[in-house]
Design a protein around this ligand. Structure first.
Ligand SMILES: CC(C)(COP(=O)(O)OP(=O)(O)OC[C@H]1O[C@@H](n2cnc3c(N)ncnc32)[C@H](O)[C@@H]1OP(=O)(O)O)[C@@H](O)C(=O)NCCC(=O)NCCS
Length: 344
């Protein structure tokens, strides 16, 4: 069975409910119909009957729960939840409270379906959230960052991609699957954030990609071979992150700093980092910043022909995922399957 079909089968067995916020988007509506027909998850789709029909006139939405926030009997409950979650927070531009009262919170959620979906998740009326087919990453993640917040013990929400080899693997990644993070959220992570990203990506590798994580903290330097003290101090940052992550998760196979070849090629790993349990055999790659990560996974995807599943958000207290605006129906179905597994 191929990797995505396997994900879908595992998700179906989990029997979770996922909220999709963008009933105005044709791809989302089509995906909702497919997901329910295949039994991958139960779906709450935000939108009106008219919107959904306009987006996708012939679609069969039997079994999909269509929720229009304007008429939803739970809207007051969600407004209350938002007001409580953001009490004491001020608008950065005006300095005024974000929501003066519950009525203001209600007025807001009737305009912002991404926030509405995040509140459905927070209330426990869905197990996971997927949005972003027609909204930016920042606008998709902000409601989650504001009301779902991070899981206990985790300070950083981050993301990773599961990369699937075109022909079942190669000599460097024999399992045919690897994880790359953070390619989409944290722009210039600190050492502490990098350590969080590494631990969360290892969890994604184990729980979603189904591989035992061997985590490489990437750099242009291997074990002190290079340095950039005069410029950005990125090598010491990665070295510090290695120490922090090893202290926080001593049971994890995690090492660095490594150049990519030292991380993935056994002959280079042995030469440049002798004795390391990870060098030459890594399957979970942590980039020093979003520039490296975003460029790196796209090289693998476009020039290597690997399938990129993600970005998969990590570290939220409840599963919440962002779609790329260039996504297709299959991407949405796969993201829902991943989200359902995260909820498991
Ligand atoms: C993720 C991102 C949207 C957050 O930025 P933002 O909306 O300006 O967020 P703010 O700084 O206003 O923070 C909002 C809240 O989220 C929290 N937060 C922000 N980033 C966080 C993170 N990575 N982990 C945990 N919490 C975070 C803040 O502490 C703040 O909490 P509070 O309001 O309760 O005090 C931003 O980092 C971003 O745009 N990243 C790049 C995304 C992108 O363009 N990707 C494209 C490549 S695919």
């Amino acid at each position: 069975m191929d990797f995505v079909k396997e994900l879908e089968a595992k998700a179906a067995a989990a029997g979770k409910t996922i909220v999709l916020c963008e009933g105005e988007d044709k791809r989302v509506v089509e995906a909702a119909s497919i997901i329910v027909k295949k039994g991958i998850a139960k779906i709450i789709l935000l939108g009106t009957d008219a919107e959904v029909k306009a987006a996708c006139p012939d679609v069969d939405l039997t079994g999909v729960q269509l929720v229009d926030p304007a008429t939803d009997k739970n809207a007051d409950k969600y407004a209350e939840l938002l007001f409580k979650a953001r009490e004491g927070k001020v608008n950065k531009k005006t300095g005024a409270p974000e929501y003066a009262d519950v009525a203001a919170a209600k007025a807001y959620i009737l305009k912002d379906r991404t926030m509405y979906g995040a509140l459905i998740l927070k209330a426990g009326d869905a197990d996971g959230f997927v949005s972003g087919a027609c909204h930016s990453t920042a606008n998709t993640l902000r409601p989650g960052l504001q009301v779902i917040k991070t899981a206990p013990g985790i300070k950083t929400v981050s993301s990773s991609f599961i990369m699937v080899a075109p022909e079942g693997g190669n000599k460097y990644v024999p399992e045919g699957v690897c994880v790359m993070g953070d390619c989409a959220i944290n722009i210039e992570p600190t050492a502490e954030q990098l350590a969080d990203i590494a631990i969360a990506s290892a969890d994604t590798a184990k729980k979603i990609a189904g591989v035992e994580p061997r985590v490489a903290m990437l750099s242009f330097s291997t074990k002190g071979s290079g340095n950039d003290d005069k410029f950005f101090k990125s090598v010491p940052k990665v070295q510090e992150a290695v120490k922090l992550a090893q202290a926080a998760a001593p049971e994890l196979a995690l090492d660095g700093e490594f150049q990519f070849d030292a991380a993935v090629a056994p002959e280079v790993g042995e030469l440049k980092a002798p004795g390391s349990k990870v060098a030459g055999h890594a399957n979970t790659f942590i980039f020093p910043n979003i520039n490296a990560g975003n460029i790196g996974y796209k090289i693998c995807q476009r020039m290597g022909g690997w399938m990129a599943i993600g970005p998969i958000c990590q570290g939220f207290a409840k599963p919440l995922n962002d779609l790329s605006r260039g996504c297709n129906v299959d991407d949405i179905v796969a993201t829902v399957a991943v989200t359902a597994l995260q909820a498991n």
